[in-house]
Design a protein around this ligand. Structure first.
Ligand code: HSE
Length: 434
């Protein structure tokens, strides 16, 4: 057997503690599988006195994770602190400068600094592994970087935020309001400390930025992602979606178009019969369309101590076994610059819900604004007047054939100017999925 792999772990929260417990509990199995024992020799966390369910005797304690990365007697550094900057970034950079491989679950760090870190790693003849950074325990990074390495990816998309999927699922199944579902998600510990990170779509966007780079061999471009969260979705939209044969999910999508790569995170209506529509609750799912393999869907736990630890451990075992591919699938010098396709050029169908004053000319205005922007309607239905929304106001639901985002925005701007609407129009994109 080769000499042992000495690990330094910084960050002993839910995931870090679970990783340490599993390294202790599964020591024999891990050693047998990689032909080498794995031992934690150094740890760092905020509070030294807390019991964390593993035996820390013999592990060097560091108050400062950067010092651990700089001076610890380690062969690999595991960063589970979180955050795109601060000590997490400093510690990762310090380990890489020593030529020590880094294992991390930190999506924000990679989404913001992934390319620079991949360069630093390559310069020091080492790499970063980050299976746990996207969709928790689902092995999507290895799938894209290794199993699909001979494929050309056309589109990668999925449900990348468990909190949003939990909220939308409960709104749909139980008719409970958005706010009440969010409170429950927080109480159950699904939501991030700041829930806007989840419900605003930012958490999913960080994960998508990483997937896009792996899918298309491009530099990471978080700032190019069009992001819209789920807080404006109402029960009325969910009911209308069901009637039209759709379900509403917060979707993260990256695809190659003629004008560049489109990256977007937004609520979408997806066919109720599609595989992705069956993914409920906190479960995550990632679908990949590629030339050789066709379409695949990976689904499973996107968060949680054991599931995320499973992904971290698989990276640690790769390091132990000497299997360390380039951080972003390619040497950083071969990553292509990211060319952004503008959201205004996005093509697809749209669901629009309008609150219309129930009077002469309202429908004529809708029809003419759609026609002047070249938008063809698949259906238009005026529903029973909603008394709560004001006397004489009727909800009108439209579904369009494929058109562009620019055309829809121009039509909605025109409609708002015509003065027949009693409130902001609701617009949800329709995603054509199998
Ligand atoms: N807060 C995230 C989610 C989990 O709800 O999916 C960690 O990425």
């Amino acid at each position: 057997m080769k000499s042992e792999l000495r690990l330094g772990i910084a960050g002993l929260g839910t995931v870090g503690a679970k990783v340490a417990q599993l390294i202790e509990r599964k020591a024999e199995l891990l050693a047998e599988r990689v032909g080498r024992s794995i031992r934690i020799t150094a740890i760092s966390a905020r509070d030294r006195s807390r019991g964390r369910g593993f035996d820390a005797d013999g592990m060097a304690w560091f108050d400062n994770p950067v010092e651990l990365a700089e001076k610890g007697e380690i062969d690999a550094f595991v960063e589970l602190i979180g955050g795109s900057d601060g000590v997490a970034r400093q510690a990762v950079e310090a380990a890489l400068r020593r030529g020590i491989p880094v294992v991390t679950a930190n999506k924000a760090l990679l989404a913001h600094h992934g390319v620079a870190l991949a360069r630093l790693a390559a310069e020091n003849d080492t790499e970063i592994l980050f299976e746990a950074a996207v969709a928790g325990g689902i092995p999507v990074i290895k799938t894209m970087r290794e199993a699909l390495s001979a494929n050309e990816v056309g589109r990668v998309y999925g449900i990348l935020n468990g909190t949003c999927n939990y909220i939308l699922t409960r709104m749909e199944k139980e008719g409970i309001s958005f706010d009440a579902c969010l409170k429950d998600a927080q109480a159950l510990g699904y939501a991030e400390a700041d829930p806007t990170f989840d419900i605003g779509g930012f958490d999913a966007a960080h994960k998508l930025a990483i997937l896009t780079s792996l899918a298309f061999g491009t530099e990471i471009s978080l700032e190019s992602i069009f992001i819209e969260g789920i807080s404006k979705i109402t029960i009325a939209d969910i009911v209308a979606a069901a009637e039209l044969g759709y379900r509403i999910k917060l979707l993260a999508v990256a695809l190659r178009t003629d004008s560049g790569i489109e990256q977007r995170v937004h609520p979408a209506m997806i066919p109720a019969r599609s595989s992705l529509a069956q993914v409920d609750g906190v479960t995550n799912a990632v679908a990949i369309d590629s030339d050789l393999l066709g379409s695949i869907l990976l689904a499973g736990p996107g968060a949680g101590g054991a599931a995320t630890a499973s992904a971290v451990l698989s990276d640690i075992m790769d390091v132990a076994g000497g299997f360390v591919p380039p951080t972003l699938g390619l040497p950083p010098s071969r990553l292509q610059p990211y060319h952004r396709a503008r959201m205004r050029a996005h093509e697809g169908g749209y669901y629009i819900r309008l609150a219309v004053f129930d009077r002469v000319g309202a429908f004529a205005s809708i029809a003419s604004r759609m026609a002047e922007n070249g938008i063809s309607l698949e259906s238009i239905v005026q529903r029973k007047a909603d008394r709560k929304a004001g006397e004489g106001t009727a909800p009108v639901v439209l579904v369009t054939h494929d058109t562009t985002e620019a055309a829809i925005r121009a039509a909605l701007d025109g409609l708002s100017r015509d003065g027949h609407l009693s409130g902001e129009p609701q617009m949800i994109r329709i995603e054509d999925l199998d």
